[in-house]
Ligand binder design. Structure first.
Ligand code: NAP
Length: 487
């Protein structure tokens, strides 16, 4: 069986090689190679957008803007709802495609499709509930009326680790708010974005409302779009380094920015925690997407009394995971996205081992084909090792021992990031008291998974600006307009 015969329908990479999607038309091309990370083999090539293509995408988004803004909220809502239904109907094909180009295990890919589709369902509902406000001024001089208007054309830039969910978390609220968009997916995983654009067409999204570009020149293209006065919003998910560059670029045209950036989540286990529950939570917080998640537990701080039992339990669970290509249904831990990702993990682990850490399982990259790194647990890691400061983005769990609550809080906050944190304790009062002192945008208490379309997702410190999801997510794509009214 040929590769393409094996993956049919939306799961067939060749279907999406039609390339750029601008103004409702597909523009075939080549130039960007999409690889299978489990073998390093070529899956397919997709179009490489030029600056002129990006300008055409802004033209298309502009041509569609007035019509979409004027489309009744109920109608926008129904289109999003149909898109949700189509994603659900084609969930297995989308999950296979994600597993193919990203490498994550099918179970994770299925979870991502369900999560991604939920953003369309949630924002189909929110589209019809855009809030306004009426107040009296304290002085009694006049009345304050606040309306919310769509902000304008939005450029959406997404990473490779959640190729479906990072796109729907932006497209859903943008379309619900009445904005038209240009999506630039990551070069490693463009096929899922193109597959979803096809489903959007089928759902009745009018031409030009959603445009999709892949490019080998993300900086040039984004700068050109940000310099166009018709573009009023940049919503970016990716690394803090690129986020800083984009904030500086957006400042030149005073473009509104939402930034979902890197993380370095602490996972704190107190002596009084339910050990089995903490281990279950640790496996989810660490191993969803093989550790390639911004919310991934990056530092395990475990209190002295439970430390050895936690390390033994985590080691047994990590050791038992089956490695393989994401699209093999038996796989529990897929490959990393690139060889460079494996090199980075190897550097962090090697430095920790050289500084005195001990690997209770794993600890060395695998030498076979594909970009694999084995599930690894490290104990006795120095608290100032580079692995404690940098995002690992892989299946490696460094464990650190602590004694007191104050020490756990100090260690947890000893990072420039502040996206996610986890606490395990049977004493909810203690967990809430500690949680209040942790510098983070999101906190899981006795839970290893916090993402939910109905909740505000985002970070503090160098982890970003703004929130996606929840009731606030739609306001990131709207401007409040104040009417001072006297009658
Ligand atoms: P990345 O290198 O920052 O890339 C993210 C996106 O930005 C890709 O589409 C990339 O395009 C594009 N890009 C790169 N340089 C650019 C430039 N100069 N101008 C415009 N766009 C540019 O991040 P990544 O390695 O894909 O993703 C991993 C990072 O994302 C991690 O730090 C992770 O924590 C973070 N993340 C955060 C969240 C969150 O919600 N906070 C969620 C997921 C991931 P190319 O692919 O073409 O280079």
């Amino acid at each position: 069986m040929t590769f393409h015969a094996k993956f049919s329908g939306y799961a067939d990479p060749a279907l999406h090689a039609a390339g750029l999607y601008i103004g409702g038309k597909w523009q075939r091309g080549s130039g960007i190679t999409v690889l299978d990370p489990s073998t390093g083999n070529l899956l397919v090539e997709v179009s490489d957008a030029s600056i002129e293509d990006a300008q055409r995408a802004v033209d298309a988004a502009d041509a569609a803007a007035a019509g979409w803004r004027a489309t009744p909220a109920r109608q926008r809502s129904e289109i999003l709802r149909r898109w949700y239904q189509l994603m659900t109907q084609h969930a297995e094909e989308l999950a296979t495609l994600i597993a193919l180009e990203n490498g994550k295990a099918l179970a994770d890919a299925r979870g991502e499709v369900a999560y991604a589709a939920e953003f369309f369902r949630w924002y189909a509902e929110e589209a019809t509930r855009i809030p306004g406000e009426f107040r009296h001024t304290p002085s009694g001089s006049h009345n304050i009326l606040v309306d919310h208007e769509p902000i304008g054309i939005a450029v959406l830039i997404t990473p490779w680790n959640f190729p479906a969910a990072m796109a729907t978390r932006k497209i859903g609220p943008a379309l619900a708010a009445g904005c038209t968009v240009i999506l630039k997916p990551a070069s490693e995983t463009p096929l899922t974005a193109y597959a979803m654009a096809r489903l959007g067409e089928e759902a009745g999204v009018p031409p030009g409302v959603v445009n999709v570009l892949t490019t080998s020149n993300p900086g040039g293209i984004t700068n050109a779009m940000l310099a166009d006065p018709r573009v009023r919003k940049l919503s970016f998910t990716g690394s803090t380094g690129v986020g800083r560059v984009l904030l500086a670029e957006a400042a030149k045209s005073v473009v509104s920015c939402s930034m979902e950036l890197g993380g370095n989540a602490p996972f704190i286990v107190f002596d009084d925690a339910d050990l089995e529950a903490a281990l279950d939570g640790a496996m989810i917080a660490k191993m969803r997407n093989a550790g390639e998640a911004c919310t991934a537990a990056n530092r395990f701080y475990v209190q002295a009394g439970i430390h050895d039992a936690f390390v033994a339990g985590l080691t047994a669970r990590m050791k038992s995971l089956k490695l393989g290509p994401g699209y093999d249904p038996e796989t529990q831990c897929g490959p990393m996205i690139t060889q460079n990702a494996v090199r980075k993990i190897d550097r962090l682990v090697s430095e920790a081992l050289a500084a005195g850490a001990r690997a209770t399982t794993g600890g060395k990259p695998l030498t076979e084909n594909g970009y694999f790194y084995p599930p690894t647990v490290l104990e006795n890691v120095p608290v100032n090792a580079s692995i404690a400061r940098e995002e690992i983005f892989g299946p490696v769990a460094p464990v650190y021992k602590f004694e007191s609550d104050d020490e756990a809080i100090r260690l947890a906050n000893n990072t420039e990031y502040g996206l996610a944190a986890y606490i395990y304790s049977r004493d909810l009062k203690r967990a809430m008291k500690v949680g209040k002192r942790i510098e983070t945008g999101m906190l899981g208490i006795n839970r290893g998974l916090m993402s939910d379309p109905a909740a505000p997702f985002g970070g503090v410190k160098q982890s970003g600006l703004g929130r996606e999801g929840g009731v606030t997510g739609i306001l990131e794509f709207m401007e409040p307009k104040y009417y001072a009214v006297d009658y």
